[in-house]
Write a protein that binds this ligand. Structure first.
Ligand code: HEC
Ligand code: HEC
Length: 295
């Protein structure tokens, strides 16, 4: 048997392949951050509070569905994206014009994807963002509905039924108190990407190897005719495979040729990966509302 210790580059590649891009540490929660300098508290003037409530609501839904994953579902910053209410570009935007020009291009090199939005969607999004900025500058004078606009009962039905969440989770077992553990935006993020946050250690610390994670991808290697080994997948190419046995803390590697030995992978979070493509906005909102109620 040959022992291979793969390079960090390979590990990062593997990690990237299974979880999507690595994300930087999250910003502190909104309530611990200083109030935005550019939106100081002042007397609200009546004409300023005239945001079209329906446009605000549509804009918020769009933001939660398309941007919330990175910027937080209240736009106040999320796991990877900055607080949009403090962005000079957003603050200076006129009815979606500057925002639309920016979104057409994005900053793909810095993980800000580009978006093709219709003029209506842009106006809604801009109205929501301007209302959010206004709300921050005029606490109490204007209130946007919380992210929890979903229907918790419908969410529960989805959780127990069509979503098949209950095949792995239970509202009175592992997810008990999950609504108290995370604020809603984080909760939604965990639900969509349970693996993402795990990989990051404290800033400056060397990350723990991905194969020591509790939810790491497992691999079963079968040597013909019928001997098999199961462990955590460390490396898999056309030419070799390496697995790690958490009990003995040993790595085992085999050379491969013509797809032999056979390797079968099992990702404990596969169900979540699959859901990412299937969630409707409604289901996502409803389940978030349901889970947020599990205090
Ligand atoms: C995959 C994560 C991701 C998604 C989804 C995403 N963003 Fe971003 N966004 C980022 C990151 C990261 C940055 C910071 C880029 C940089 O450092 O220049 C950013 C920057 C921005 C900025 C510029 C802020 C500034 O002043 O520099 C705006 C505006 C913005 N995003 C709006 C949006 C909107 C609106 C959506 C949804 C339609 C969206 N983003 C979706 C990750 C994302
Ligand atoms: C095949 C099993 C499986 C299915 C189905 C599944 N999950 Fe999970 N889920 C997991 C695993 C494994 C984790 C990671 C648990 C951990 O790290 O503690 C997880 C994590 C989570 C978390 C984060 C918990 C935390 O404390 O951070 C939430 C929320 C969640 N799942 C919600 C759901 C919802 C909602 C559904 C249905 C749409 C669902 N899951 C379907 C296996 C599953």
């Amino acid at each position: 048997m040959r022992l291979t210790y793969p390079t960090w580059a390979t590990i990062v590649l593997l990690a990237a392949a299974s979880v999507g891009a690595q994300a930087p540490p999250p910003p502190p929660p909104a309530d611990q951050r200083p109030a935005p300098a550019a939106a100081p508290a002042r007397e609200p003037r009546p004409e300023e509070t005239q945001f079209d409530a329906e446009a605000v609501q549509r804009g918020q839904e769009l933001l939660v569905a398309r941007c919330g994953f990175c910027h937080g579902s209240n736009a106040r910053g999320g796991a990877t994206g900055p607080d949009l209410t403090r962005s000079p570009m957003v603050q200076e935007d006129e009815n979606g014009k500057q925002l639309g020009e920016f979104l057409k291009v994005g900053r793909p090199e810095r993980n800000m994807p580009k978006f093709e939005l219709t003029p209506q969607e842009l106006t809604d999004l801009a109205t929501f963002l301007h209302a959010a900025i206004y709300q921050i500058g005029n606490r109490g004078a204007y209130k946007i509905l919380d992210i929890l606009t979903g229907d918790a009962r419908a969410g529960e039905a989805f959780f127990q039924g069509a979503g098949r969440c209950a095949s792995c989770h239970s509202a009175t077992g592992d997810l008990q108190g999950v609504g108290a553990k995370y604020e809603p935006a984080t909760l939604q993020e965990r639900m969509l990407m349970p693996r993402a946050r795990r990989r990051r250690g404290p800033p400056g610390e060397r990350p723990t190897p991905p194969w020591t994670e509790p939810n790491a991808v497992k691999a079963t290697v079968t040597i013909p005719p019928a001997v098999s080994f199961t462990g955590v997948l460390v490396r898999l190419t056309d030419f070799d495979v390496t697995i790690y046995d958490p009990e003995t803390k040993q790595m085992r590697s085999w050379l491969r040729k013509d797809d032999l030995p056979k390797v079968v992978l099992m990702d404990p979070l596969q169900a979540h990966m699959d859901m990412l493509r299937k969630w409707t906005d409604d289901d996502m909102r409803n389940v978030t509302a349901f889970l947020a109620g599990l205090k």
